[in-house]
Design a protein around this ligand. Structure first.
Ligand code: GUN
Length: 285
């Protein structure tokens, strides 16, 4: 039996269409154009593609964007100054500093410097803390997008075993909390986990946020499980693959996201959602 393929592209497209209508309303009724600033430091090829896609999606939804580029050898202070200027700019409602940053720039300090009210990535400790406290404000776009996908599929999460592979601030940790709030029993696995396969085989919902191609093999998946692949890796022949061995997993899972066309488009749709929310909040709406 073959799994249902979760079409992130289509789900995201619907969301973006709704957001476009909402942005038009904000402009007409309140004179507000949501504005997102994207800061890219250096020439990382993957980051350049991500940033281009973010600008394009914003433009299509009627969100104004500002493209700020700094050289790969930019100093920590130069990046800090860009963030400070954006914090003070009333036309900018959302600030995104594309990660990773070059070594000479202290990532933690930069993220901490972003005004939490403009933190559309949800990486600021204030927003991470609010999520932990069960009072979510801005939630990281990828885990938020995963939850929207699961919700769209109509899957009831109550009492399900959810296993997340990866413990990053960007995906693993917020994903665990979001699944917990939907009443899953949550396990976070990571590079030091003793028997990863055993944990994975227990998962009704498996979220793979791993940086190695096809690390999650077919025999690690419980028959009928919902498999969400957050990984994105370029192979030697130039194609994109996830952290899950899709060809094997599709024969075992109940539902599965493809790479590309699964989680990626959802992340961008949630960035637009957060930017519109930031613009609304700035106007007291
Ligand atoms: N690099 C990879 N994913 C992300 C993301 O969601 N936000 C930012 N700012 N950088 C990233």
């Amino acid at each position: 039996m073959s799994a249902q393929i979760i079409d992130g592209k289509t789900i995201a497209k619907e969301l973006r269409a709704e957001l476009k209508t909402e942005v038009e309303g904000l402009k007409e009724e309140h004179g507000i154009t949501p504005g997102l600033a994207v800061v890219l430091v250096g020439e990382d090829a993957a980051s350049q593609v991500y940033v281009r896609n973010k600008h394009r999606a914003c433009k299509r939804a009627g969100i104004a964007t500002r493209d700020l580029r700094l050289e790969a050898d930019a100093t920590h202070e130069e990046v800090m100054n860009v963030v400070r200027e954006l914090n003070a700019d009333p036309d900018i409602h959302g600030i995104l500093v594309q990660l990773p940053l070059p070594d000479q720039v202290d990532e933690e300090e930069i993220l901490n410097a972003i005004d939490p009210n403009k933190d559309v990535d949800g990486f600021h400790p204030v927003n991470m803390g609010l999520l932990l406290a069960g009072q979510p404000s801005f939630v990281a776009c990828t885990p938020k997008g995963v939850m929207h996908m699961i919700d769209t599929l109509g899957i009831d999460l109550t009492g399900k075993e959810a296993v997340i592979v990866g413990r990053s601030n960007i995906v693993g940790k917020p994903q665990a909390l979001l699944l917990l709030y939907k009443h899953c029993t949550v396990t976070i696995c990571h590079s030091r986990t003793k028997d990863l396969a055993e944990h994975c085989r227990n998962a009704d919902v498996l979220v793979a946020a791993v940086g190695r191609a096809k690390m999650i093999t077919g025999d690690m998946i419980k028959p009928g499980a919902t498999v969400i692949d957050v990984g994105i890796n370029r192979t030697e022949d130039g194609s994109l693959v996830g952290g899950v061995d899709f060809a094997a997993a599709v024969e075992v899972a109940g539902e599965i996201t493809p790479v590309p066309g699964g989680v990626g488009p959802m992340t961008i749709a949630m960035l637009l959602r957060n930017t519109v929310d930031a613009a609304r909040a700035s106007a007291g709406l």
